[in-house]
Design a binder for this molecule. Structure first.
Ligand SMILES: [Cu+2]
Length: 344
């Protein structure tokens, strides 16, 4: 199905810098899409060395209704689901999680509704976290309208690989040991796979080393993804953590000198590559998080679909600093944000 407003036309609206109203066809209904008004970020502190995004920056008009949003991006950033923790005979930790696939219409940009398929009602799904060697038991219930499942990245037996579709109304228990340590992900693996992923069935899956990682002051999860709201196999918006432009409109506050760790996952469908660029800074990069020694010290990293890695950095100077895809089109269609660095 083709929308009456093509992706390129949306792109023009966004970059025009003047308020515009487009009419998009979403799920067979025509819905007004307000795009393109200037977004003025909060003023930076006096003497901030890095100016805020210019007034002609791309952005969305207004805010997504939090009640209809796919997630609360601020809560999602720092929320880890460690599951229900008990002890197995012998003393090993058992963690049990519950993931329910549901159909849910969510608002992904102001006035833009997207008929998502979700884990636990949110896109991305909850960030599951465990420690290397824990036993994991994931109770999956398919309450959606299509067959779904959960394919975890990591070690497990063939029967736990999550490629068998679980029919509507059925459930399945995935069980395996948490290994290897690193930053992984989970997603639905029912055909057509691209559609099941693009509709929203994915999340981050973190396995900490037995001894943990060196302590930091802040830990954030960022899942990079697209939103194909008219199902033409092209993304109409790009985002980290559910809502385009969210962290541009609501900068992530940190303090100068604080050690920051970002768990970065790319699950973007339809486009081959995604990227993350940090302004006015460099980060140590741990591909897949499977080593405690960084492999690179850089300010930009490229990830294909399902690639992921851990970034560690701190800011020296207060001010507003952009982070975004180093693909201009992705940035202008939503994949951009700001760190607001305050005095230590
Ligand atoms: Cu699915």
């Amino acid at each position: 199905m083709k929308t009456s407003v093509s992706r390129r036309e949306l792109f023009r609206f966004v970059t025009a810098g003047a308020a515009g109203v487009a009419i998009g066809t979403l799920g067979g209904r025509r819905i007004p899409v307000a795009l393109g008004a200037p977004v003025v970020p909060p003023a930076s502190p006096p003497g901030a060395p890095h100016a805020p995004a210019p007034a002609h920056a791309a952005g969305s008009v207004g805010e997504v209704n939090p009640k209809r949003a796919a997630i609360d991006p601020m809560r999602y950033l720092t929320h880890f689901d460690w599951g229900k923790e008990t002890r197995l005979p012998g003393g090993r930790t058992l963690r049990e999680y519950k993931l329910v696939a549901t159909d849910r219409e969510v608002e992904v940009a102001p006035g833009v509704l997207f008929p998502a398929w979700t884990y636990n009602g949110q896109v991305p799904g909850p960030t599951l976290r465990a420690r290397e060697g824990d036993r994991l038991r994931i109770h999956f219930i398919n309450a959606g309208s299509h067959p779904h499942n959960i394919h975890f990245h990591g070690f497990h037996a063939a029967g736990m690989d999550g490629i068998e579709p679980i029919e509507t109304g059925k459930s399945f228990v995935y069980e395996f040991d948490a290994e290897p340590f690193g930053l992984h992900l989970y997603h639905c693996h029912v055909m057509p796979l691209a559609r099941h992923i693009a509709k929203g069935l994915y999340g981050a899956f973190i396995i900490d080393p037995k001894e943990g990682r060196p302590p930091v002051d802040r830990e954030f999860v960022m899942v990079m993804h697209g939103l194909d709201i008219d199902f033409d196999d092209e993304n109409d918006f790009y985002a980290v953590n559910g809502i385009p432009f969210h962290y541009q409109n609501h900068p992530i506050t940190i303090k100068a000198g604080e050690k920051v760790r970002v768990y970065l996952v790319n699950i973007l469908e339809f486009d081959l590559l995604n990227s993350f660029h940090l302004h006015a800074n460099f980060f140590h990069y741990y591909p897949t998080g499977t080593s405690l020694t960084p492999s690179e010290y850089t300010d930009t990293v490229i990830q294909g679909q399902a690639q992921r890695g851990i970034l560690e950095f701190s800011y020296k100077y207060p001010g507003l600093y952009m982070f975004h895809a180093h693909v201009t089109e992705f940035t202008e269609l939503g994949w951009t944000g700001l760190f607001k660095v305050e005095e230590a």
